[in-house]
Ligand binder design. Sequence first.
Ligand code: NAI
Length: 780
Amino acid sequence: MTVREIFESMEYGPAPESAADALAWIADRGARFGHFIDGAFSEPGETFETRNPATGDVLAEITQGSKADVDAAVAAARAAQPGWEALGGPGRARFLYALARLVQKHARLLAVLETMDNGKPIRESRDIDIPLVARHFYHHAGHAQLMPTEMPDARALGVCGQIVPWNFPLLMLAWKIAPALAMGNTVVLKPAEWTPLTALCFADLCRQAGLPKGVVNIVTGDGAVGEMIVASDVDKIAFTGSTAVGRRIREATAGRRISLTLELGGKSPYIVFEDADLDSAVEGLVDAIWFNGGQVCCAGSRLLVQEGVAPDFHARLRTRMDKLRVGDPLDKAIDVGAIVDAKQRDRIAALVDAHGAEGDVHRAACNLPEGCFYPPTLIAGLSSASPLMQEEIFGPVLVSTTFRTPSEAVQIANDTRYGLAASVWSENINTALDVAPKLAAGVVWVNGSNMFDAAAPFGGVRESGFGREGGPEGLTAYSRSGGETDMLKPVAPFAGDKAEPQPVDRTAKLYIGGKQARPDGGYARNVFDAKGGLMGQAPIANRKDVRNAVEAARGAAGWSGATAHNRAQVIYYIAENLAARAEEFAARIDRMTGGTGGAAEVTASVQRLFTYGAWADKVDGRAAQAPVRGIALALRESCGVIGALCPDEAPLLGLISVVGPAIAMGNRVVAVASEPFPLAALDFYQVLDTSDVPGGVVNILTGDHAELAKTLAAHADVDAVWSFSSSDISGAVERAAAGNLKRTWVNNGRARDWTGPAGEGRAFLDAATEVKTVWVPYGA
Ligand code: NAI
């Protein structure tokens, strides 16, 4: 027999990992678990079973949480929070280090428990999940340590409710708990009902680490318990899971003045250009879609191959698929393990059975064990509109289509409601780095896939959610930097009945697409000064005007592609032209508001424009050092179209304060001017007209905030909505934004000092940008 023949015929022998220690850990606890609340395990209550999906064996009985349990956990977290925050960053860092070390010490136990509860191959839990958990705690221990010098103004949010899914049970716990604790928050976390064991084991580690009681609380149960946490008295909800549940949570938290981050589903494209190293791309695809059996939110589940190499690539792929070993997840020689639960397997099978016939189905020629397994599957030749190309299957099923040109690849890649991740494969750096910025995705891997690191922000755009986890970018989701002060008093317009002696000289219009536009409804309202004198009229925009303005903003996409250097010049020019008319603006503001601060407001507005001109080319992002042969570039991109309800109390400075950062970062804006004092904004468009601002970049509407906010927030082509209105509309904005899960930034009725530092800077620049993490090969 030749060596070649031996290689070809050789079977892998099983290399089983022992389950003994993990089973002993479960047995030691009576195989029945209560919650972990206030530093102690509670008595088990009403329970449900958690099973090993590979064998069907019951592993343990888990308590279904009640409202009383959730309330007790939240109360414990609330009581513990001030003390935990008062420990200071370095004080908390010690505990995070201790947790990191304990995770490493018990890595084998945690990996085996994870594999038994979830069904993922031990190779993955041992080599990927658990090491990344430890890395996450180490990295965030560092952030806590550096907090006093690097984030001196940051404060904790308070109590965080955290809900995680079953696909990376302990890793998602780490992604949630480490940054929360680092910033001084306390947490109530619910693991998924199918995979609670490692979270309970982690609770044990918290005790071993001597973590103050109440800092981490774990409540187990199903979605109903998740809902209870969402409804409870927390300051923040962080959720990872399905888009459907994420949307419900957005609606349930709207108007409650709590912070929210959502990491939701995906249908991430995996783009193979004809000049790619095809064998590497096939291997990358194994990591992209068969890692964790495809039960990965950022799985490269949509293969796009350039037409010329498609037959060759598919042939290599099928050959590779047929060699994948599916079976006992505790066997170290296994590539693909069990599906988490029979329900999930049936969900996958139902989707494939319903639509598989639309393409060519290839199932891997593996020996599929009995039980909760699904074979690696490729469905080629699908059209982009097929449900299999659009729906998240969340299983080992790859769907595939072809493209001809890079621009077609981008178009198909972006033809989805999701925007979590993407992979680009090409040996040509120009092709890869030309395509990467055009992809609607929070993470792009160049010649790689499914790489994660605690230092590299992760998260999506569009219906994949908002917020980032990892790196300094992720810390903002768990801290506040102040800025907002007391409750904002509603600002009402002045009333009057005295007409001006001379006729009103200007019939103000809306400003849409760089042109003055009559309001669709044809209505305008009188604007009176403090003495009741008629100053002018302001058009009343309606939903049609909003739609027109959004369309104009959409059309002005060139602004987002313009260089930051160009944008800076335009913004300086606006500042200059405003300064030239300072007196006129100041007088008008004084008369409109009945105050004397007009001159100061105009000066501050000019200053602020210069500030954003300065910022335009200085928000550069960061290069994260991940411990791989590569570098993760955390780049800042514009959000796209931002709808902004401007502050009522500062008619010009408020407008500038939202439009400035938005356009500096390359967004296009639909700004709804101060409701009581709209005239300064209407005068301002004359300044825009003379400042080389391309049409559609800034659109200005006037009218009823509450009415316009709803249309803006619900509009599918608006990417983010901000509200600084003094009307009580924060909740309505958040609720309407649930439709396409757009990002929101609302004042929750709180005032902001627009003249001071709280009126500008980092918070605005962060809100005006999305982080895109681009992983590129780098180094030896
Ligand atoms: P899910 O979104 O229902 O579950 C995730 C977590 O949310 C679990 O802890 C669950 O108990 C909790 N939950 C469920 N309903 C809730 C509610 N109303 N309020 C608060 N928390 C709630 O996901 P599920 O049903 O387990 O999986 C369904 C599909 O979702 C999968 O087929 C997959 O397509 C997708 N999914 C995506 C994930 C991702 O990371 N993107 C993770 C898990 C599922």
